[in-house]
Write a protein that binds this ligand. Structure first.
Ligand SMILES: Cc1cc2nc3c(=O)[nH]c(=O)nc-3n(C[C@H](O)[C@H](O)[C@H](O)COP(=O)(O)OP(=O)(O)OC[C@H]3O[C@@H](n4cnc5c(N)ncnc54)[C@H](O)[C@@H]3O)c2cc1C
Length: 296
């Protein structure tokens, strides 16, 4: 089967790179080689790549900035589309902004505040793309993508269309706009005129991140979803697991809700640590922890 994926069989117009380590494409710095990687240059480029992959039965994975991902040590035998480049500048009209899903969420949040708009300032500092944020319904410090996302342009079931966002499309760290169900191409946010507090709120949220999160070490952010009525980090700390280490994977000593890569972690180390945390927290507190990070 893989025979038909020889490099010479891939139309050069698609612009695939070959054998790119996923460790270079993910914030955890973990993962073996992806057979093919596309950094799209246009929306058409994404569509053509998907059509080509499907015509040769090539599995496809989609990444934004790879900041919520644990990639396999074995890599990915197929095509990884890394959609983390803005294909155009954000377009403003009244209090709305339309952004390419490859845009950095933090850059967009900063820019909207500079434009005198409020709504994204609490999300500044989340290190992913606009598309990744829509796919995860990213949120922080009382802000959430769901509060401001009004319309989204999707490549779904072979169609490229704008859809209005419905209330039940987005929930806590889940969304109807996640690959493989859909590829989010552009997003329209309905913001409000800044009442003068957006910049300070943004700075405060960024400072909280610097104070509380282990930003100096590779990670994929919060390892677990927040269990109802609890905080994952507090439960993990309460169970004495802060600093617990398997291979190169460690429960952060700064924030127990983060598993960090202290140098040479592989997927196996992280998976073993996640399983150990889940088992210990369940045994000692009765609470089940569900991973927030996604796997390739
Ligand atoms: C230090 C740190 C702090 C973090 N803090 C927060 C936080 O405060 N709040 C929070 O919510 N998250 C946080 N995260 C997690 C992560 O940044 C978010 O989930 C982010 O939204 C993921 O965006 P991404 O572009 O990196 O997506 P990826 O990690 O590349 O992908 C995540 C998922 O989204 C899918 N996806 C990506 N782009 C698209 C697209 N265009 N269309 C359809 N599906 C897509 C992928 O297939 C995958 O399933 C943090 C991570 C780190 C490392």
């Amino acid at each position: 089967m893989e025979q038909k994926w020889g490099v010479t069989d891939i139309p050069s117009s698609l612009g695939f790179e070959t054998n790119v380590p996923l460790a270079e494409l993910t914030s955890f710095r973990i993962g073996g080689p992806a057979r093919f990687v596309l950094r799209p240059r246009s929306y058409d480029n994404i569509r053509s790549a998907i059509e080509f992959a499907s015509s040769v039965d090539m599995p496809v994975a989609l990444l934004g900035k790879g900041t919520n991902i644990l990639a396999s040590d074995a890599g990915f035998r197929g095509l990884v589309i890394r959609f983390d480049t803005p294909l155009h500048d954000p377009v403003y009209s009244d209090n709305t902004v339309v952004a390419c899903c490859g845009t950095s969420l933090t850059q967009l949040a900063r820019e909207t505040v500079r434009h005198g708009l409020s709504g994204l300032e609490r999300l500044c500092g989340i290190p992913g793309t606009v598309g990744g944020a829509c796919a995860m319904n990213a949120g922080a410090y009382g802000g959430e993508i769901k509060q401001v996302l009004r319309r989204i342009r999707l490549l779904r079931n072979g169609k490229d269309e704008w859809v209005d966002v419905q209330d039940d499309d987005l929930g806590y760290r889940k969304s109807a706009f996640t690959f493989p169900d859909a590829i989010a191409l552009e997003a329209e946010f309905a913001l409000k005129p800044d009442d003068g507090s957006a910049s300070e709120t943004m700075q405060t949220c960024m400072q909280k991140r610097r104070d509380k999160q282990p930003l100096e070490l590779p990670s994929a952010g919060s390892t677990f979803k927040r269990p109802e009525g609890h905080f994952a980090g507090a439960l993990i700390e309460q169970c004495g697991l802060k600093g617990y280490t398997i291979g190169g994977a460690q429960v952060s000593v700064k924030h127990a809700g983060f598993v960090v890569n202290i140098g040479s972690a592989d997927e196996h180390d992280v998976s073993a640590l996640i399983a150990h945390i889940q088992e210990t927290v369940k045994r000692m507190t009765g609470v089940s922890l569900e991973p927030e990070i996604k796997r390739i």
